[in-house]
Design a protein around this ligand. Structure first.
Ligand code: PEP
Length: 260
């Protein structure tokens, strides 16, 4: 279930990746709290490395900002050295978890099946999965973006049915746009968001109504204004700019403005 602290229309998710330390995090979170406490239409979510989840819990518990992790185990418990389970994330107040981020899928050879399992285990434990999908540059140049994204979604649909997307989040993240400074144009994003929307809606309209579809890949304060106006773009997953309090605030304000 999406356990929004406010009934948000837009989501802006900060993905800090492997950045931060206790001192830097404290300063950044204090700025987030100060800058982002009066948003009415936007749910802000912060995803940090595991060791800082306790810090998030202690600093964000009485705010409107939610938090989550950047990955989790597909298994629930057992001899899986180095893994972190959904229940452990819940212990630290996480409501969200990113699954299938391309940086992980590439570096650790995560299969679509593994990612689908994580997606479902997250849901079963009351976490909202943020499923990352997207194509490489070669796939875009070959014009097979819809095939690639469709296949990533099909793995979940085949295993669990389209209903699994109810109360979940999909983040369309073209791999060529992540961390490159080269975001998708509103038109490029519009086409894939429409494709995702139509694909899920054709199978399960109720699930589609309860699904959020974010865009991720070099979102910045400038391009966020246009991107967040696009139909079927329900917000953004933000890497680099989430580490800068002012830039992140501007992105959240762009989300807010796109609703009001
Ligand atoms: C990401 O981490 O998912 C991401 C989109 O990063 P960036 O905003 O830096 O491209």
């Amino acid at each position: 279930m999406i356990q929004t602290k406010n009934p948000a229309k837009k989501f802006v998710v900060a993905n800090w990746k492997m950045h931060g330390n206790l001192k830097q995090n404290q300063a950044l979170l204090e700025a987030y709290i100060q800058n982002l406490s009066n948003l009415k239409h936007t749910q802000v979510v912060v995803c940090t490395p595991y060791p800082y989840l306790a810090q998030l819990q202690s600093m964000l518990s009485n705010t409107d900002i939610a938090w989550g992790a950047q990955n989790m185990a597909k298994n629930e418990v057992g001899p899986f050295t180095g893994e972190v389970s959904a229940e452990m994330l819940r212990d630290f107040g996480c409501e969200y978890v990113i699954v299938g981020h391309s940086e992980r899928a590439t570096a650790y050879c995560e299969s679509d099946e593994n990612i689908a399992q994580k997606f479902m285990v997250a849901k079963q434990h009351g976490l909202t999965p943020i499923l990352c999908v997207g194509e490489t540059l070669i796939e875009r140049e070959a014009g097979v973006m819809e095939l690639v994204v469709g296949k990533q979604l099909d793995t979940i649909i085949k295993l669990y049915g389209a209903g699994a997307f109810a109360d979940a989040i999909i983040s369309y993240e073209p791999i060529w746009a992540i961390g490159t400074g080269l975001a998708a144009t509103p038109e490029q994003a519009r086409a894939i968001h429409k494709f995702i929307h139509n694909k899920i809606a054709a199978l399960n309209i109720e699930a589609e109504n309860r699904l959020k579809i974010l865009y991720g890949g070099s979102v910045n304060p400038q391009n966020a204004v246009q991107l967040f106006q696009v139909e079927n773009i329900d917000g953004g997953l933000v890497g680099k700019c989430s580490l800068n309090a002012k830039e992140f605030e501007s992105i959240c304000r762009a989300a807010e403005l796109s609703v009001s």
